[in-house]
Unconditional design. Structure first.
Length: 285
């Protein structure tokens, strides 16, 4: 081999080596970018929530605190009580925040699902609001009360009316009571059973309406304006109607969900609730 050919061969070898090195570097660089993108995706938490107070709490309070931990909180708002659970089960959502414990248990039983409570956050006392009538101590005979029609909230509404001495339920009715469980109705009260979201909208069509806290907030109603309300310290409120973060069993210990529950179970959060919602939304931990 001549010296000239040897020189060309060496130059070709060095050029090829450099090309291989550059390609390898590019491949490694691309892999790092992909990994980084994967890490970013892994640190996004998607939570379904009713508009108020749940989505407000998530966007205004939780999101900035989670961002400090490298977690991006994406909130998807829902105005019904069915789709958030379906989307959590399907994996479209990582978790949801809209329902109380009793509703979750009832939903699982009726739908054969296994959604889990990842942490108690707050509760919203249910209130009785004036419609055509305003004196809860002198309810007219035959007065109409609008109440939620779902199995958990209707019983809760009737228990509230029982606590006011307006009716008596059978001893075994409990939290799943319906008007059929009323054994004494001295005022001959009538009941307009409606979707929970519709009760506030039809307030003026009834003498009184028993409204869930979140829907009262959505309608611009304040708990202090209610003519009656639940005793927020009662055992049934604490154990059955605390609003919870809900997810699937495989994500129950997910660090992103653990972080979300963590920022929502602090004294600072209690102060935020008091400043933002007053007595309408209270800590449940």
């Amino acid at each position: 081999m001549t010296s000239k050919n040897l020189s060309l061969t060496r130059r070709g070898f060095l050029s090829g080596a450099a090309l291989l090195a550059t390609s390898a570097l590019a491949a490694c660089s691309g892999g790092s970018d992909d990994a980084a993108a994967g890490d970013d995706a892994a640190q996004t938490l998607t939570v379904g929530a009713s508009p108020s107070p749940h989505a407000v709490i998530l966007n205004d309070y939780a999101a900035p605190l989670l961002a400090e931990q490298g977690i991006t909180l994406e909130v998807k708002e829902y105005t019904d009580y069915i789709l958030p659970n379906r989307d959590t089960t399907s994996g479209e959502l990582d978790a949801n925040y809209f329902q109380h414990i009793n509703y979750l248990n009832n939903y699982n039983e009726e739908n054969g699902t296994d959604l889990v409570n990842a942490g108690k956050i707050h509760f919203e006392p249910m209130g009785v609001f004036a419609g055509k009538s305003s004196d809860i101590d002198n309810v007219p005979d035959g007065a109409t009360f609008s109440v939620p029609n779902d199995p958990t909230n209707e019983g809760r509404a009737l228990l509230l009316l029982q606590s006011l001495g307006l009716l008596t339920l059978s001893e075994d009715a409990g939290i799943t009571a319906t008007p059929n469980d009323i054994v004494d109705n001295p005022k001959n009260l009538q009941f307009s059973e409606q979707d929970a979201a519709a009760v506030a909208r039809t307030l003026n069509d009834a003498d009184f309406a028993v409204i869930n806290g979140n829907y009262a907030i959505d309608a611009g109603l304040k708990l202090e304006d209610a003519v009656a309300q639940e005793d927020a310290s009662s055992d049934v409120i604490q154990n059955e109607y605390a609003n919870v973060i809900v997810t699937t069993p495989d994500k129950e210990d997910d660090e992103r969900i653990t972080a979300l529950v963590g920022v929502l179970q602090t004294d600072d959060f209690k102060a935020y609730l008091a400043d933002t919602f007053g007595d309408a939304v209270q800590a449940a931990f």
